[in-house]
Design a protein around this ligand. Structure first.
Ligand SMILES: O=C(O)CCC(=O)c1ccccc1C(=O)O
Ligand SMILES: [Mg+2]
Length: 379
Protein backbone atom coordinates (compact mmCIF):
# COMPACT_ATOMS: atom_id res chain seq x y z
CA UNK A 1 0.00 0.00 0.00
CA UNK A 2 1.83 3.10 -1.17
CA UNK A 3 0.65 6.21 0.63
CA UNK A 4 1.31 9.59 -0.99
CA UNK A 5 -0.18 12.07 1.47
CA UNK A 6 -2.72 12.63 4.21
CA UNK A 7 -5.30 15.40 4.40
CA UNK A 8 -7.05 16.37 7.62
CA UNK A 9 -10.35 18.05 6.82
CA UNK A 10 -11.41 19.92 9.93
CA UNK A 11 -15.11 20.66 10.10
CA UNK A 12 -17.47 22.48 12.38
CA UNK A 13 -20.91 20.92 12.16
CA UNK A 14 -23.92 22.35 13.91
CA UNK A 15 -25.97 19.73 15.70
CA UNK A 16 -29.73 19.83 15.08
CA UNK A 17 -30.37 19.90 18.80
CA UNK A 18 -27.99 20.06 21.78
CA UNK A 19 -26.98 16.66 23.18
CA UNK A 20 -26.63 16.37 26.97
CA UNK A 21 -24.89 13.61 28.92
CA UNK A 22 -23.73 13.33 32.53
CA UNK A 23 -20.55 15.15 31.45
CA UNK A 24 -22.01 18.10 29.59
CA UNK A 25 -23.99 19.57 26.69
CA UNK A 26 -22.79 19.55 23.11
CA UNK A 27 -24.01 22.14 20.56
CA UNK A 28 -21.40 22.04 17.78
CA UNK A 29 -19.36 19.06 16.68
CA UNK A 30 -15.78 19.61 15.54
CA UNK A 31 -15.26 16.72 13.14
CA UNK A 32 -11.96 15.68 11.56
CA UNK A 33 -12.14 13.67 8.36
CA UNK A 34 -8.88 11.87 7.57
CA UNK A 35 -8.17 11.35 3.87
CA UNK A 36 -5.27 9.12 2.90
CA UNK A 37 -4.23 9.17 -0.76
CA UNK A 38 -2.27 6.46 -2.57
CA UNK A 39 0.18 6.72 -5.48
CA UNK A 40 -2.67 6.39 -8.00
CA UNK A 41 -4.67 9.21 -6.47
CA UNK A 42 -7.21 6.89 -4.83
CA UNK A 43 -8.50 8.20 -1.46
CA UNK A 44 -9.49 6.36 1.72
CA UNK A 45 -11.53 8.12 4.40
CA UNK A 46 -11.69 7.77 8.17
CA UNK A 47 -13.08 9.94 10.95
CA UNK A 48 -11.27 10.96 14.10
CA UNK A 49 -13.99 10.76 16.76
CA UNK A 50 -12.24 12.50 19.67
CA UNK A 51 -14.44 14.84 21.67
CA UNK A 52 -13.78 18.55 21.77
CA UNK A 53 -12.74 18.30 25.42
CA UNK A 54 -11.26 15.45 27.50
CA UNK A 55 -14.58 14.54 29.16
CA UNK A 56 -15.46 11.15 27.69
CA UNK A 57 -11.82 10.05 27.68
CA UNK A 58 -8.46 11.77 28.05
CA UNK A 59 -8.26 12.43 24.33
CA UNK A 60 -9.59 15.59 22.73
CA UNK A 61 -9.64 16.79 19.15
CA UNK A 62 -6.67 19.15 19.49
CA UNK A 63 -4.55 16.45 21.16
CA UNK A 64 -5.53 13.98 18.46
CA UNK A 65 -4.57 16.40 15.70
CA UNK A 66 -1.13 16.96 17.24
CA UNK A 67 -0.66 13.19 17.69
CA UNK A 68 -1.60 12.55 14.05
CA UNK A 69 0.58 15.32 12.64
CA UNK A 70 3.59 14.68 14.85
CA UNK A 71 3.65 10.87 15.03
CA UNK A 72 1.07 8.71 13.34
CA UNK A 73 0.74 10.53 10.00
CA UNK A 74 4.48 10.67 9.25
CA UNK A 75 4.91 7.05 10.47
CA UNK A 76 2.24 5.85 8.09
CA UNK A 77 3.61 7.79 5.10
CA UNK A 78 7.07 6.32 5.69
CA UNK A 79 5.77 2.79 6.21
CA UNK A 80 5.62 -0.07 3.79
CA UNK A 81 2.52 -2.03 4.71
CA UNK A 82 0.73 -4.69 2.75
CA UNK A 83 -2.47 -4.88 4.84
CA UNK A 84 -4.41 -2.49 7.11
CA UNK A 85 -4.10 -5.01 9.97
CA UNK A 86 -0.43 -3.99 10.22
CA UNK A 87 -1.23 -0.38 11.19
CA UNK A 88 -1.86 -1.28 14.86
CA UNK A 89 1.64 -2.84 15.17
CA UNK A 90 3.19 0.18 13.46
CA UNK A 91 1.60 2.56 15.97
CA UNK A 92 2.15 0.34 19.01
CA UNK A 93 5.37 1.94 20.38
CA UNK A 94 3.35 5.10 20.95
CA UNK A 95 1.04 4.71 23.90
CA UNK A 96 -2.73 5.13 23.69
CA UNK A 97 -4.02 8.11 21.67
CA UNK A 98 -6.60 5.60 20.42
CA UNK A 99 -8.83 8.00 18.53
CA UNK A 100 -5.90 9.63 16.75
CA UNK A 101 -4.69 6.17 15.69
CA UNK A 102 -8.14 5.04 14.70
CA UNK A 103 -8.81 8.06 12.46
CA UNK A 104 -5.85 7.00 10.32
CA UNK A 105 -6.33 3.26 10.64
CA UNK A 106 -9.94 3.38 9.48
CA UNK A 107 -8.90 5.53 6.49
CA UNK A 108 -6.32 2.88 5.55
CA UNK A 109 -9.01 0.16 5.69
CA UNK A 110 -11.29 2.18 3.41
CA UNK A 111 -8.44 2.76 0.97
CA UNK A 112 -7.51 -0.93 1.00
CA UNK A 113 -11.13 -1.97 0.37
CA UNK A 114 -11.31 0.45 -2.57
CA UNK A 115 -8.02 -0.86 -3.96
CA UNK A 116 -9.53 -4.35 -3.81
CA UNK A 117 -12.83 -3.17 -5.29
CA UNK A 118 -14.69 -4.59 -2.28
CA UNK A 119 -17.09 -3.12 0.26
CA UNK A 120 -15.35 -2.50 3.58
CA UNK A 121 -17.73 -4.75 5.50
CA UNK A 122 -16.74 -7.76 3.40
CA UNK A 123 -13.03 -7.00 3.86
CA UNK A 124 -13.67 -6.97 7.63
CA UNK A 125 -15.30 -10.39 7.43
CA UNK A 126 -18.84 -9.11 7.91
CA UNK A 127 -21.73 -11.34 6.95
CA UNK A 128 -24.88 -9.32 7.42
CA UNK A 129 -26.18 -7.18 4.55
CA UNK A 130 -28.47 -5.18 6.82
CA UNK A 131 -28.15 -4.16 10.45
CA UNK A 132 -30.61 -3.16 13.13
CA UNK A 133 -30.03 0.20 14.76
CA UNK A 134 -31.01 1.91 17.97
CA UNK A 135 -30.83 5.50 19.06
CA UNK A 136 -29.20 7.36 21.94
CA UNK A 137 -31.21 10.19 23.50
CA UNK A 138 -29.61 12.89 25.63
CA UNK A 139 -30.82 14.18 29.00
CA UNK A 140 -33.76 16.60 28.82
CA UNK A 141 -35.09 19.21 31.24
CA UNK A 142 -38.18 17.16 32.10
CA UNK A 143 -39.56 13.63 31.91
CA UNK A 144 -42.35 14.85 29.62
CA UNK A 145 -39.83 16.00 27.02
CA UNK A 146 -37.85 12.75 27.04
CA UNK A 147 -41.09 10.75 26.83
CA UNK A 148 -42.14 12.70 23.73
CA UNK A 149 -38.70 12.15 22.12
CA UNK A 150 -38.95 8.43 22.84
CA UNK A 151 -42.43 8.31 21.30
CA UNK A 152 -41.11 9.92 18.13
CA UNK A 153 -38.16 7.53 17.84
CA UNK A 154 -40.24 4.43 18.57
CA UNK A 155 -42.61 5.54 15.80
CA UNK A 156 -39.64 5.97 13.43
CA UNK A 157 -38.90 2.29 14.07
CA UNK A 158 -35.66 2.38 16.07
CA UNK A 159 -35.04 -1.07 17.52
CA UNK A 160 -33.75 0.07 20.91
CA UNK A 161 -33.96 3.28 22.89
CA UNK A 162 -31.05 4.42 25.04
CA UNK A 163 -31.49 7.26 27.51
CA UNK A 164 -28.79 9.05 29.42
CA UNK A 165 -28.96 9.09 33.20
CA UNK A 166 -27.03 10.91 35.91
CA UNK A 167 -27.36 11.26 39.70
CA UNK A 168 -30.68 12.95 40.39
CA UNK A 169 -32.06 12.00 36.97
CA UNK A 170 -32.24 8.24 37.18
CA UNK A 171 -34.71 5.96 39.00
CA UNK A 172 -37.70 8.32 38.90
CA UNK A 173 -37.08 9.25 35.28
CA UNK A 174 -36.86 5.59 34.24
CA UNK A 175 -40.03 4.87 36.25
CA UNK A 176 -41.85 7.66 34.39
CA UNK A 177 -40.66 6.30 31.03
CA UNK A 178 -41.69 2.73 31.91
CA UNK A 179 -45.16 3.90 32.94
CA UNK A 180 -45.72 5.12 29.38
CA UNK A 181 -43.67 2.48 27.53
CA UNK A 182 -43.73 -0.72 29.63
CA UNK A 183 -42.33 -2.99 26.91
CA UNK A 184 -39.94 -1.12 24.60
CA UNK A 185 -36.31 -2.30 24.44
CA UNK A 186 -34.87 0.32 26.79
CA UNK A 187 -31.43 0.89 28.29
CA UNK A 188 -29.66 3.59 30.29
CA UNK A 189 -26.17 5.08 29.88
CA UNK A 190 -24.55 6.77 32.89
CA UNK A 191 -21.23 7.75 31.27
CA UNK A 192 -19.26 6.91 34.45
CA UNK A 193 -21.38 9.10 36.74
CA UNK A 194 -21.71 6.71 39.74
CA UNK A 195 -19.54 4.92 42.29
CA UNK A 196 -20.05 1.79 44.40
CA UNK A 197 -21.52 4.09 47.07
CA UNK A 198 -24.56 4.26 44.79
CA UNK A 199 -25.10 0.50 44.77
CA UNK A 200 -28.50 0.68 46.52
CA UNK A 201 -29.74 3.23 44.03
CA UNK A 202 -28.48 1.21 41.06
CA UNK A 203 -30.24 -1.88 42.47
CA UNK A 204 -33.53 0.00 42.23
CA UNK A 205 -33.17 0.02 38.44
CA UNK A 206 -33.60 -3.77 38.44
CA UNK A 207 -37.38 -3.46 38.57
CA UNK A 208 -37.58 -1.77 35.15
CA UNK A 209 -36.41 -4.64 32.96
CA UNK A 210 -33.70 -2.61 31.23
CA UNK A 211 -31.71 -4.35 28.49
CA UNK A 212 -28.59 -3.10 30.25
CA UNK A 213 -27.00 -0.24 32.14
CA UNK A 214 -24.05 1.23 30.28
CA UNK A 215 -20.88 2.35 32.06
CA UNK A 216 -22.36 3.12 35.49
CA UNK A 217 -18.93 3.49 37.20
CA UNK A 218 -15.62 5.12 36.33
CA UNK A 219 -13.65 4.14 33.27
CA UNK A 220 -10.84 2.48 35.27
CA UNK A 221 -13.24 0.74 37.68
CA UNK A 222 -13.15 -2.71 36.13
CA UNK A 223 -12.98 -4.39 39.55
CA UNK A 224 -15.81 -2.26 40.97
CA UNK A 225 -17.96 -3.09 37.96
CA UNK A 226 -17.49 -6.79 38.79
CA UNK A 227 -18.71 -6.10 42.32
CA UNK A 228 -21.67 -4.17 40.97
CA UNK A 229 -22.61 -6.81 38.39
CA UNK A 230 -22.80 -9.41 41.18
CA UNK A 231 -25.13 -7.16 43.17
CA UNK A 232 -27.60 -6.20 40.43
CA UNK A 233 -29.75 -8.13 37.95
CA UNK A 234 -29.56 -5.58 35.13
CA UNK A 235 -26.73 -6.53 32.75
CA UNK A 236 -23.79 -4.13 32.95
CA UNK A 237 -22.45 -2.98 29.57
CA UNK A 238 -19.02 -1.40 29.48
CA UNK A 239 -18.20 1.50 27.17
CA UNK A 240 -15.44 3.85 28.45
CA UNK A 241 -13.67 0.99 30.32
CA UNK A 242 -12.95 -1.07 27.22
CA UNK A 243 -10.15 0.63 25.34
CA UNK A 244 -8.20 -2.44 24.23
CA UNK A 245 -8.32 -6.20 23.74
CA UNK A 246 -6.44 -6.61 27.05
CA UNK A 247 -9.02 -4.58 28.94
CA UNK A 248 -11.85 -6.50 27.33
CA UNK A 249 -10.19 -9.74 28.42
CA UNK A 250 -9.78 -8.48 32.00
CA UNK A 251 -13.40 -7.32 32.15
CA UNK A 252 -14.70 -10.63 30.83
CA UNK A 253 -12.53 -12.70 33.18
CA UNK A 254 -13.50 -10.62 36.21
CA UNK A 255 -17.20 -10.67 35.31
CA UNK A 256 -17.32 -6.88 35.12
CA UNK A 257 -19.95 -6.88 32.40
CA UNK A 258 -22.36 -9.09 30.49
CA UNK A 259 -22.35 -6.93 27.35
CA UNK A 260 -19.73 -4.79 25.60
CA UNK A 261 -20.20 -1.65 23.53
CA UNK A 262 -17.42 -1.52 20.93
CA UNK A 263 -16.43 1.90 19.68
CA UNK A 264 -13.92 1.69 16.87
CA UNK A 265 -12.28 4.98 17.84
CA UNK A 266 -12.06 4.16 21.54
CA UNK A 267 -10.12 0.92 20.94
CA UNK A 268 -7.74 2.35 18.33
CA UNK A 269 -9.28 1.05 15.13
CA UNK A 270 -10.93 -1.74 13.20
CA UNK A 271 -8.25 -4.42 13.69
CA UNK A 272 -8.53 -4.07 17.49
CA UNK A 273 -12.34 -4.07 17.16
CA UNK A 274 -12.16 -7.40 15.31
CA UNK A 275 -9.90 -8.87 18.03
CA UNK A 276 -12.36 -7.80 20.72
CA UNK A 277 -15.21 -9.15 18.62
CA UNK A 278 -13.62 -12.58 18.37
CA UNK A 279 -12.78 -12.69 22.09
CA UNK A 280 -16.31 -11.66 23.06
CA UNK A 281 -17.82 -14.22 20.69
CA UNK A 282 -15.75 -17.01 22.23
CA UNK A 283 -16.91 -15.91 25.68
CA UNK A 284 -20.56 -15.47 24.68
CA UNK A 285 -20.54 -11.75 25.46
CA UNK A 286 -22.94 -9.97 23.08
CA UNK A 287 -21.72 -6.79 21.40
CA UNK A 288 -23.13 -3.65 19.88
CA UNK A 289 -21.48 -0.68 18.24
CA UNK A 290 -21.46 2.64 20.06
CA UNK A 291 -21.25 6.10 18.53
CA UNK A 292 -19.39 9.36 19.12
CA UNK A 293 -21.74 11.79 17.34
CA UNK A 294 -20.14 10.89 14.03
CA UNK A 295 -20.58 12.51 10.68
CA UNK A 296 -21.15 10.19 7.71
CA UNK A 297 -17.66 8.72 7.41
CA UNK A 298 -17.49 7.47 10.98
CA UNK A 299 -21.11 6.39 10.82
CA UNK A 300 -20.37 4.15 7.80
CA UNK A 301 -17.24 2.70 9.43
CA UNK A 302 -19.39 1.80 12.45
CA UNK A 303 -22.06 0.20 10.31
CA UNK A 304 -19.43 -1.89 8.52
CA UNK A 305 -18.06 -3.39 11.78
CA UNK A 306 -21.62 -4.10 12.93
CA UNK A 307 -21.97 -6.71 10.16
CA UNK A 308 -19.69 -9.08 12.12
CA UNK A 309 -21.73 -11.93 13.60
CA UNK A 310 -21.39 -11.17 17.32
CA UNK A 311 -22.79 -7.64 16.96
CA UNK A 312 -26.15 -9.02 17.96
CA UNK A 313 -27.65 -5.94 19.62
CA UNK A 314 -28.74 -2.74 17.82
CA UNK A 315 -26.00 -0.08 17.76
CA UNK A 316 -25.96 3.70 18.22
CA UNK A 317 -25.72 3.94 14.46
CA UNK A 318 -28.82 5.95 13.64
CA UNK A 319 -29.56 7.85 10.41
CA UNK A 320 -27.39 10.82 9.39
CA UNK A 321 -30.43 12.98 10.09
CA UNK A 322 -30.28 12.07 13.80
CA UNK A 323 -27.74 14.85 14.37
CA UNK A 324 -27.28 16.66 11.04
CA UNK A 325 -29.44 18.87 8.82
CA UNK A 326 -27.08 17.76 6.07
CA UNK A 327 -24.40 15.09 6.32
CA UNK A 328 -21.13 15.24 4.34
CA UNK A 329 -21.69 12.00 2.42
CA UNK A 330 -23.85 11.02 -0.54
CA UNK A 331 -25.99 9.04 -0.11
CA UNK A 332 -26.61 9.71 3.57
CA UNK A 333 -27.16 6.92 6.10
CA UNK A 334 -30.86 6.18 6.33
CA UNK A 335 -32.39 3.77 8.81
CA UNK A 336 -35.73 2.57 7.54
CA UNK A 337 -37.90 1.14 10.24
CA UNK A 338 -34.72 0.82 12.33
CA UNK A 339 -32.74 -1.09 9.69
CA UNK A 340 -29.76 0.13 7.62
CA UNK A 341 -28.89 -1.64 4.37
CA UNK A 342 -25.21 -2.14 3.57
CA UNK A 343 -24.01 -0.79 0.24
CA UNK A 344 -22.02 -3.03 -2.10
CA UNK A 345 -19.92 -0.12 -3.38
CA UNK A 346 -16.17 -0.40 -2.70
CA UNK A 347 -15.02 0.98 0.67
CA UNK A 348 -17.29 2.47 3.32
CA UNK A 349 -20.16 2.53 0.84
CA UNK A 350 -20.80 6.22 0.10
CA UNK A 351 -18.84 9.16 -1.31
CA UNK A 352 -17.54 12.04 0.75
CA UNK A 353 -19.43 14.91 -0.85
CA UNK A 354 -16.92 17.75 -1.16
CA UNK A 355 -19.62 20.26 -2.09
CA UNK A 356 -21.44 19.54 1.16
CA UNK A 357 -18.21 19.32 3.15
CA UNK A 358 -17.06 22.74 1.88
CA UNK A 359 -20.02 24.34 3.68
CA UNK A 360 -18.73 23.20 7.08
CA UNK A 361 -14.97 23.17 6.41
CA UNK A 362 -12.74 25.24 8.69
CA UNK A 363 -9.45 24.22 7.10
CA UNK A 364 -7.58 21.31 5.55
CA UNK A 365 -4.14 20.40 6.89
CA UNK A 366 -1.74 18.36 4.80
CA UNK A 367 0.85 15.80 5.89
CA UNK A 368 3.36 14.81 3.20
CA UNK A 369 6.26 12.36 2.91
CA UNK A 370 8.61 15.27 3.58
CA UNK A 371 7.15 15.69 7.07
CA UNK A 372 9.68 13.78 9.09
CA UNK A 373 8.74 11.93 12.23
CA UNK A 374 9.54 14.57 14.80
CA UNK A 375 10.87 13.03 18.01
CA UNK A 376 12.97 14.30 20.83
CA UNK A 377 14.31 10.90 21.94
CA UNK A 378 14.77 8.50 19.08
CA UNK A 379 17.49 6.14 17.97
O1 LIG B 1 -25.41 8.60 18.72
C1 LIG B 1 -24.23 8.50 19.04
O2 LIG B 1 -23.31 8.76 18.24
C2 LIG B 1 -23.89 8.06 20.43
C3 LIG B 1 -24.27 9.05 21.45
C4 LIG B 1 -23.67 8.74 22.80
O3 LIG B 1 -24.33 8.09 23.56
C5 LIG B 1 -22.35 9.26 23.11
C6 LIG B 1 -21.95 10.42 22.46
C7 LIG B 1 -20.74 11.03 22.73
C8 LIG B 1 -19.90 10.46 23.66
C9 LIG B 1 -20.27 9.29 24.32
C10 LIG B 1 -21.47 8.67 24.03
C11 LIG B 1 -21.74 7.35 24.71
O4 LIG B 1 -22.18 6.37 24.13
O5 LIG B 1 -21.43 7.24 25.87
MG1 LIG C 1 -21.76 5.26 26.46
Amino acid sequence: MNFEKILLHRLKMKMKTPFTTSFGTQIDRYVTIVEIIDENGLSGFGECVAGEDPLYSEEFMDSALVAIKKYFGPLLLQSNLSHPKEVTELFKPFKRNMMAKSGLETAVWDLYAKQQGLPLYKVLGGEKTEVEVGISLGLEKSDDIIIEKIREKVEEGYKRIKVKIKPGRDVEMIRAIREVFPDIPLMADANSAYTLDDIELLKQLDEFNLMMIEQPLGSTDIVDHATLQKAIKTPVCLDESIDSYENAKAAIELGSCEIINVKVGRVGGLAESIKIHDLAKENKIPLWCGGMLEAGVGRLTNIAITTLPNFVLPGDTASSSRYWEEDIITPEVVAENGVVQLSDKPGIGAEVDFEKMKKVLIQTDEITKEDALEMVFFD
